[in-house]
Design a protein around this ligand. Structure first.
Ligand code: MN
Length: 490
């Protein structure tokens, strides 16, 4: 038997992501959409699937989905509808899920991933559609009591989900995880989902297959497997990497390209495991839901939603680098979430130098936010204060090293930085007469550093400036150095 050797391979990964939208109520009824409530308290007749109850579409969920679609570069369908996906399971009392089958709300998008090293990758979005979630089956009782049956919590049933499906444009496991992280930032920025992984707001399902080139140059394509329900970026990366290697190993060891099937992730064994061969779409007996009218989306509605979205994180990040001259790292942090970016925007709008303000926010603003364990905008310092402190530094009125003390004080109560600097004795003396007097006094008291400097020891300049600064409180160090050089004949 000829040996099978994988000489090279190409990995194709497409992602399916379910994002829970942060609407107040559920997708087709007024029951609350929340997390952490007592089991089976966020249910009503519609969620329970009682006879004679009619669904009503949640308009906000549709608007959130359109915003996410626009941000992913999708075309928004002008006409869409709701379909029933039938299956029988204890977490789905109606015995069908309302979803969108052949007319998804958003389609044909493209999203640019920017890696840490600055290289980028375009990921095409096949579609994004709205649907309702199912409930949750629990296999132990609340409090961790062992039971030999399963119980169901229907609080999650009927919550709005946006299912986003990419084309198989990803191949590196790190890119797969990065896509997840960027999508999380995006939905949080848009305010359409809380995007909290630990609360299950985002669930990832990579679809993976490999094109293997053997020693004779023949290409063998493995069957696509889908890993279900991954809810951390780290697991997403590890499970993808494992599954690629498993498919290659399976072909090398058995010659099998596998079947289209569904796998799970076993964290204990750090391995994927087979769950079932994949259902074909027609197993679900999709058909249009007769209880819900189709959705018509007009241009005016889309334009209105677009205007609410503002500048997207990727565009903001790019502008901070290209126009404001920030480093890629600083730009990524400031544009990373909407609140921080908006705070920065307000500060530069108030007249601070863009780079100086970014430096002050990233050092002092973040330090105080960490100390108080709050977000930047909750520290209690107004954006304009960052601009004012930046200007004090740029006008040589205070030294950059005084900024920390001023921000400490501002975080305890609002005040004018100019006034604070005066009260705290941080204003630098820029009066040349006072500076000359301090230099003369220093030379009189200790001529040694001066002799060193004259002997050609350039490093003594630092010591000289330091001594003058010590003798004359609050002098402007730049002016001291200039005056010294002048006095010493340079
Ligand atoms: Mn789905």
């Amino acid at each position: 038997m000829a040996e099978r050797i994988c000489k090279s391979h190409r990995v194709l990964v497409g992602l399916e992501v379910h994002v829970q939208l942060s609407t107040k109520s559920k997708m087709f009824t007024g029951a609350a959409n929340g997390f952490g409530a007592e089991p089976n308290t966020q249910v009503d007749e519609q969620v329970l699937g009682l006879p004679g109850v009619l669904p009503v579409m949640n308009k906000t969920a549709v608007e959130y989905a359109i915003k996410a679609g626009l941000a992913l570069g999708c075309r928004i369908a002008r006409h869409t509808k709701w379909d029933r996906k039938s299956y029988y399971y204890p977490d789905l009392p109606k015995n069908y899920q309302i979803s969108q089958y052949d007319l998804p709300l958003c389609l044909e998008g493209e999203f640019e991933l920017v890696r840490k090293d600055g290289s980028s990758l375009k990921v095409r979005i096949r579609r994004a559609h709205l649907e309702e979630d199912a409930g949750k089956l629990l296999h132990e009782a609340p409090g961790g009591y062992a039971i030999d049956f399963s119980i169901v919590d229907l609080n999650r049933a009927g919550t709005p989900l946006l299912e986003i499906v990419t084309e198989p444009d990803l191949s590196r496991p790190t890119d797969v995880a990065l896509f997840g992280q960027e999508l999380q930032k995006l939905v949080q920025f848009l305010g359409v989902s809380l995007g909290q992984m630990q609360m299950g707001h985002m669930r990832f399902e990579p679809n993976i297959n490999v094109h293997i080139t053997d020693q004779d140059g023949n290409i063998h394509k493995t069957a696509i497997t889908e890993i279900k329900n991954l809810n951390s970026f780290s697991v997403l990366e590890r499970a993808t990497a494992y599954e690629v290697q498993r498919q290659i190993r399976q072909w090398e060891e058995t010659g099998s390209l596998g079947h289209k099937s569904t796998y799970g992730w076993d964290e204990g064994n750090q391995a994927t495991y087979w769950q079932r061969d994949k259902e074909e779409a027609n197993d679900y007996r999709y058909f249009p839901d007769p209880d819900l009218p189709p959705v018509e989306v007009g241009d005016a509605w889309i334009a209105e939603l677009k205007s609410q979205m503002g500048e997207l994180p990727a565009a903001r990040r790019k502008r901070y680098v290209d126009v404001l001259g920030l480093s890629a790292t600083d730009a990524a942090i400031l544009a990373g979430d909407r609140a921080t970016g908006d705070f920065y925007e307000s500060a530069i709008a108030a007249g601070g130098d863009a780079k100086r303000v970014s430096h002050l926010i990233l050092s002092h603003g973040r330090r105080l936010a960490n100390e108080k364990s709050v977000a930047l905008e909750a520290v209690g310092i107004k954006p304009i204060r960052f601009a004012e402190v930046a200007n004090l530094i740029d006008q040589n009125k205070i030294s950059a090293s005084s900024a920390g003390a001023i921000f400490d004080s501002l975080s305890k109560g609002d005040s004018s930085p100019d006034q604070l600097a005066k009260e705290m004795g941080l204003m630098q003396v820029s009066d040349s007469g006072a500076i000359d007097a301090a230099i003369d006094a220093m030379i009189a008291s200790d001529p040694k550093p001066l002799q060193d400097y004259r002997a050609g020891k350039q490093s003594a300049m630092g010591a000289l400036v330091g001594m003058v600064m010590k003798s004359g409180k609050g002098l402007n160090p730049k002016m001291v150095q200039e005056a010294l050089k002048k006095k010493l004949g340079q």
